[in-house]
Design a protein around this ligand. Structure first.
Ligand code: GLU
Length: 305
């Protein structure tokens, strides 16, 4: 085991909107192994801004499943639903610099506009890019609709954000937007990201004054996370996270995006596709040791500086 001078802080950040499956076990154990390999610590964070879908019984189940896998984490656990103020403040600081604008469109509005053209551009997750409808509202209409209490999401003005050298920012963007990506071993690469692929993303939703993207960068900074270890389905989102870190003057962690576990049909394990839960496996008599063996965690060698 090597211990470096900078202490490493890792986090596992599940959403309590369902039961954990093998893919979560893999990610959590990777974080644990990497924390052990670096003499660092592991935090657990509940990403529960979706207050409709997240439930206390799923949160409780996460604690039980992780403890069963032999994980230990530092207390207290940060619960994002208790920190909406922090996320709203971050979005407000972007609003002060005119880097976000209110958007009154519904999902259906965006989908309908996108459906007008077969080649409508899509973001890396496959969602249609925002057509910019509310970006072009006259300031008076915008003010009137906000004053009338019409629900609004807040979207990043991507063009303004990327051209922000002309904006009065504390820390002007230095292109290109990059991050440090670890491999499974000692190798690391400098990745050049392109946040513009995401278009004018929502940073604060209509129902809650936050979004995954804002909450994750605010919390990673507040919690002093030095190493973000998560699935490769979030690789492309990292360019957006780096952009937000630069705009909000937050430190940049290093990243490791690990491979995803897939089912026999090659689809990534997911709650929505009803991947078998860890608790169902436990009920069937499978041991935590057998799960770790199956995941091959013990055979992985991690070398960090
Ligand atoms: N809450 C996210 C998930 O459950 C993970 C986000 C992250 O690790 O950055 O997929």
């Amino acid at each position: 085991m090597t211990r470096s001078f900078v202490s490493h802080v890792f986090r596992f950040a599940p959403s309590p909107n369902g039961y954990l499956h093998l893919g979560h076990a893999f990610s959590a154990l990777m974080n644990r192994e990497m924390a052990a390999a670096t003499g660092g610590s592991l935090l657990l964070r509940m990403e529960d801004i979706d207050v409709e879908r997240c439930r206390p019984e799923f949160e409780q189940a996460i604690y039980e499943d992780l403890a069963w896998l032999g994980l230990e984490w530092e207390e207290p656990v940060r619960r994002q639903s208790e920190h909406f103020d922090a996320y709203a403040e971050a979005v407000a600081s972007l609003a002060e610099r005119a880097l976000v604008y209110p958007c009154f469109c519904s999902r259906a509005d965006v989908a309908n506009t996108a459906a007008e053209r077969t080649d409508w551009p899509r973001d890396p997750d496959g969602s249609p890019l925002y057509p910019g409808t509310c970006k072009h509202l006259a300031p008076a209409e915008r003010r009137a609709r906000l004053a009338a209490g019409e629900p609004a999401a807040w979207r990043l003005d991507m063009a303004a954000a990327l051209g922000q050298v002309r904006q009065p920012l504390a820390q002007p963007i230095t292109q290109p937007i990059t991050w440090r990506e670890y491999g499974g071993g000692a190798e690391r690469r400098e990745i050049v990201g392109d946040p513009s692929l995401w278009g004018d993303v929502i940073l604060a939703r209509k129902d809650v004054p936050a979004s995954y993207h804002v909450a994750v960068v605010v919390d990673d900074a507040l919690q002093g996370i030095t190493d973000v270890v998560r699935g490769e389905d979030l690789f492309m989102a990292t360019s957006l996270h780096r952009l937000l870190q630069i705009l909000l003057d937050l430190p940049a962690p290093a990243y490791h995006h690990h491979e995803l576990l897939r089912d026999a049909a090659g689809r990534k394990l997911s709650k929505s596709l009803r991947a078998k839960s860890l608790r169902a496996m436990r009920r069937e008599g499978i041991s935590a040791a057998a799960i770790k063996e199956q995941l091959g965690i013990a055979r992985r060698v991690f070398a960090f500086a």
